[in-house]
Design a protein around this ligand. Sequence first.
Ligand code: FO1
Length: 298
Amino acid sequence: MLAGGLGGSRCVDALARAAGPGQVTAIGNVGDDLEMWDLHVSPDLDTIMYTLAGLLDEERGWGVRGDTYQAMAAAEQAGRETWFTLGDRDADLHMLRTRLMKKGEALSTVTRKLAEGLGVGVELLPATDDRLRTKIRTPEGELDFQDWFVRRGHADRVDGVRFQGADESRPAPGVLEAIAEAEAVVIAPSNPFVSIQPILAVPGIEAALRERRVAAVSPLVGGKALRGPLAEMMASLRHEPGAAGVRALYGDLVSVFVLDREDEALAGEIPGAVVCDTVMVSPERRTEVGRAFLEAIA
Ligand code: FO1
């Protein structure tokens, strides 16, 4: 499964619950990564890990449930950067990641160690070990992804997206093999512009997908994203609104497109459409939703 953001992590969880231990490989977006307090933060990889480990703050959609914020409070008192919130326990993970990467370990190696440490039963691979960063073009100029998303609350209109470093990047070890060997390849209900395209931008990944039958799950239900600015981005980037627009965006890369029941009426006009329940906000619902996915994409 190709995944980014909260929708992606919930879908990885749903599929993992339905398919059973050791059956799922998630390829995660790294375009959102940033350095905060000189720590390497990989929000999308961490959201997947925390979700699978049952640690995610589900209400907020990021970070660790019940975390404390002593380091943040100290930074604020001292007048240091606090626009990106790191809980104490979350920061400990970033410290370990940064320490191991400074010793020369690749992000994929470190991610495997972190996931094992949290008891995560899914193989989680960053799309690339190389530096790839999403940049957002706005009327105020080009912004780093988290600057746009968190610091400025994704209030600036998006006129374009690019992935710095993508052309020189290589897929992380195991990524192309996972795509080639999977029984089914699924694009999670993540934001296509800032979660999925930065994965596809790594040379070799899209070509590997084109050799396979790929299913995508719509991130828009009733024209709206459960969370995040996708509906607004569809408009500002001049795409057809709603699930049909996302379907068109994936074009012939995808042959199965999973729509939520709420969008059943669209199915007739959407190539490869299948319909099932896709909302998996509550962890209790995820096994059932995951089973329905497996059936729908089979
Ligand atoms: N999102 C916010 O809106 N504000 C934050 O301060 C914030 C901190 C944060 C820390 C660690 C982490 O793993 C994620 C964090 N996020 C925060 C979420 C993150 O910016 C986005 O949800 C993703 O990058 C978009 O998929």
